[in-house]
Design a protein around this ligand. Sequence first.
Ligand code: SF4
Ligand code: FES
Length: 202
Amino acid sequence: MIKYVLNGNIIEQEETTTILESASIQGIKIPTLCNNEHLTPFGGCRLCLVDVATEKNPDMKKLMPSCTAKIGEGLIIDTHSPKVIQSRRFILAMLISRSPKAEELRSIAKEIGLPEESSKQTAAEKYLFNDAPSIVNTNCILCGLCVRACAEIPMRDAISFSARGMERTVKTPFEKYAETCIGCGSCAYVCPTNTITIEEVV
Ligand code: SF4
Ligand code: FES
């Protein structure tokens, strides 16, 4: 067991626990998007960022994804600091700019207080909501849920990430019909943006 501070309270927990799990045990909800309890944590969307400092350097705070970062002896963790809330809003606005119609993203926006009215948005949020979609709207937010679901549930690896940076996308091998796909639909089921849909071919 280790001791650390979570939102001002001293917590004792097993050291293998992630910050997200430990916060959840304490009844603290951290928003997540690319996390799924049945799949390996990936830390891709960064929505679950929290502020982490140490007892030795309490002012040296670092933003870390709580779904992959583990708790540690003497850590001081803040799940809802102003910096965390601002970062989450910005990250979600970026994700919405890629997938403006995704209902799951809109519902998280309400949860974390990211307003849809431009009068209440920051300049960066306004840009991402209004101007960026025409440039970056791809619908896929690269959360990796489909890739992990395919690899870890039916264990088929029929899709994977391809390329880097702006070119990064999810594809079948060589963009051809994936021979290993069994049509289980796991990828479509977990996709938060409905980028993957199932079509029945008879
Ligand atoms: S297709 Fe869907 S599940 Fe796959 S990475 Fe894109 S948004 Fe995530
Ligand atoms: S939920 Fe933690 S990085 Fe996506």
